[in-house]
Design a protein around this ligand. Structure first.
Ligand SMILES: NC(=O)c1ccc[n+]([C@@H]2O[C@H](COP(=O)([O-])OP(=O)(O)OC[C@H]3O[C@@H](n4cnc5c(N)ncnc54)[C@H](O)[C@@H]3O)[C@@H](O)[C@H]2O)c1
Ligand SMILES: [Zn+2]
Ligand SMILES: [Zn+2]
Length: 364
């Protein structure tokens, strides 16, 4: 099959021939119909954050089940499914408590060292990022990493449910549990941050303030439900937020992940506020914490993994909300590309008019 392979770190994405193994145990073969470009794949393909290359990246994939292993019980041939990078066993104490995103044995969804590799390129095994490898014509995935969605949901929209949507909306609804009337700041209105705006609308937030450095992204954020927008390359975002919210924000979501931006997020918080860290820009994200200031103002700083999501519950939920017109998936898909255009697709994301780029042509 055709797959996009990252051979050297920083060397970009290029299409090659990759062999996909037959499904064993609880594995499922998905004929990939759409695959979204999340910034995380680009970060991992470029910076050395512990992910091995050569690899097939791509973790926002939707498609049709075409084959199942002998022990599969949760999906069947013909199902429309969305892949998600949350790897969980379903058996550990975290999973049994419903916190599958904190699974203690995420390697459960992967093959063992003695098994035949899932992906082979030029005669050698290559890595399948997050157990998905969605930048390919087909993906071989453990059934725990798949959620079934209604057939009427278009594949490009469905694909985005797997990461951008569960991460952005989940940070608001699951991690922060934003309450009706509370105030929210979203820093970074990209393909993930926009879903935090949608989540904040669903939660009934009274103010949804969005910061970005591109006017086009801010305009789109308004269309998703932002009540106020701030171009942080033109205005000091802390002063601008304080002008809008004199008591500070109840919740600040950082989808940028650059040290100075995260520090600004901390300064936007009101008493009892929470700063949620989602973005990872390069390999030096982080923030310096003043324990006394945290203590005096009763602040929280929380790292958020995949919107604290339960993929089997949340992906079908957002799909249903979208089909009922209560969650905007349609306007997230700005551009459709072919498998060979991933580098250009990531470049296009720098343009303010683009929310998410999705691969829908896997033949070229
Ligand atoms: N924690 C998780 O589980 C998780 C999951 C998915 C994605 N992510 C991360 O979330 C982040 C967002 O992903 P994405 O796909 O939406 O990326 P993206 O590139 O589409 O969006 C990032 C946005 O931040 C804006 N931005 C850049 N500098 C800024 C600044 N100084 N102030 C305000 N805005 C600024 C950009 O203009 C852009 O709109 C990435 O870092 C990604 O790796 C984390
Ligand atoms: Zn992602
Ligand atoms: Zn588990």
């Amino acid at each position: 099959m055709k797959a996009s392979v990252v051979t050297n770190r920083g060397g970009g994405f290029s299409v090659g021939e990759v062999q996909l193994a037959e499904p064993i145990g609880r594995e499922v073969v998905v004929d990939v119909k759409a695959s979204g470009l999340c910034h995380t794949d680009l970060t991992l393909a470029n910076a050395d954050l512990g992910y091995p290359v050569p690899a097939v990246f791509g973790h926002e994939a939707a498609g049709v089940v075409v084959a199942v292993g002998p022990d599969v019980t949760q999906v069947e041939q013909g199902d429309h499914v969305v892949g998600c990078l949350i790897q969980f066993c379903g058996q550990c104490v975290k999973c049994l408590s419903g916190r599958t995103f904190e699974c203690l044995q995420p390697g459960f969804t992967l093959r063992g060292a003695d098994d035949e590799p899932r992906l082979v390129h030029e005669g050698k095994p290559i890595s399948q990022a997050f157990g998905l490898g969605g930048f390919a014509e087909r993906a071989l995935v453990h059934e725990n990493q798949l959620a079934v969605v209604p057939d009427e949901l278009p594949f490009p929209q469905a694909a985005l449910l797997g990461c951008g949507v569960v991460t952005g909306a989940g940070a608001v609804l699951n991690t922060a549990k934003v309450q009706r009337g509370e105030t929210v700041v979203v820093m970074g209105a990209g393909g993930v941050g926009l879903n935090a705006v949608s989540g904040a609308v669903l939660a009934g937030a009274s103010r949804i303030v969005v910061t970005d450095i591109t006017d086009g992204k801010l305009e789109r954020a308004r269309a998703f439900g932002a009540t106020d927008v701030i171009n942080s390359s033109e205005h000091d975002p802390v002063e601008a937020v304080r002008a809008l919210l004199p008591n500070g924000a109840d919740h600040v979501f950082d989808f940028v992940g650059a040290r100075p931006v995260t520090a600004q997020g901390l300064q936007m918080l009101g008493v009892g506020g929470g700063l949620y860290l989602i973005g990872i820009m390069g390999n030096n994200p982080g923030v310096d914490l003043d324990a006394l200031a945290l203590l005096n103002d009763k602040l929280r700083v929380e790292g958020v993994y995949m919107g604290s999501s339960n993929l089997k519950r949340d992906i079908p939920f957002y799909a249903q909300m979208s089909l009922k017109g209560r969650f905007n998936l349609e306007d997230l898909v700005s551009k459709e590309i072919s498998l060979s255009q991933i580098d250009e697709g990531y470049d296009a994301l720098k343009d303010g008019s683009i929310a998410r780029v999705v691969i829908t042509d896997f033949a070229t």
